[in-house]
Design a binder for this molecule. Sequence first.
Ligand code: 13P
Ligand code: SF4
Length: 353
Amino acid sequence: MIAPGAAVFTPVELETETDRLFRALLHVDCEPGRIWNYEACQRIAPLTLEINRLKREQNAVILTHSYVEPEIIYGVGDFKGDSYFLSLKARESNAKKIVFAGVVFMAETAKILSPQAIVVVPDRGSGCSLADSITGDGVRKLKALYSDAAVVCYINSTAEVKAESDVCVTSGNVYDIVANLPGRRIIFVPDRLMADNVRAELKRRGVDKEIISSDGTCIVHDQFDVAAITDARARFPGLKVVAHPECTAEVAAAADYVGSTGGMMKYVKTTAAPYFLMLTECGLVGRLQVEDPEKHFIGGCRLCPYMKLNSLEKVLEVLRAPRPDQIVTLDEGMRVRAARCIDRMFELTPKSP
Ligand code: 13P
Ligand code: SF4
């Protein structure tokens, strides 16, 4: 609900906003029990109008990961995309306040890269099973065991883990960065399944590396299995299977395309196929239903409970009066060390032509 003191919008403003939302969200059908019909958009419109007004008033920017609810992405988001793209946008930002509609490690990354900004998260509980699987101390123990190894952390990790690592990677640059690192031995944290995919890709490229991984998995992507792919291919001839590198190596090997959520979107938009099976979080299907409504998706996606903690009501809350737990703060020494690890990633990421 909109708090007392909020702006009052005219019937024309409300109707125009409802129409805008309805036109954007018309084709979205990616989540059981949720529809974005005209009545739903009428309920949302006062919230998006007020959020957008406060955003302008406060010189705030809203970064939205593709997995959050579509009314956040298309209603109030300024930038939408994957972890790499949103990190770049946080680094470039001159905004006074950054609202990160995603999960906490993404907001921490924004704070590392844009320390002058007030960075807020709609829900402090929006963790990530990967980021929560290892601490800085866990990394230090691995470094003590393998002192000659370079430490590579997937961006789905805490600021503390980044501060202990040599270079950060995302789902979009992990293969190239690991393949080009000088040493042979690599500690890769926190995703055990992504480490398996890195080993398979390096083998395919003929690159000799020893990858030591910790034991985290993504609770969304580790659920997909090859049997479901085989069954879907039998039922939908011509189907294209699109997977994220947080899936198992068996699932990745059975897919037609494996890549970051940004890469997955690009693949679907540029591929002619009668059906797509998206082995990822359902929000990405929602984005494609908005941006490429002619394509057909056969279901099978899963919901990330952490991403789904974001809501328009909570975005409004952090703009109006964030609670201390919604404001990201980092120890400055740790932030500087974590920034080095992320800056190294930007340096080592191949530039697209
Ligand atoms: P992307 O960077 O590919 O969007 O992945 C983030 C994520 O959390 C996937 O589960
Ligand atoms: Fe973390 Fe998996 Fe959710 Fe991505 S989908 S935020 S990796 S739990």
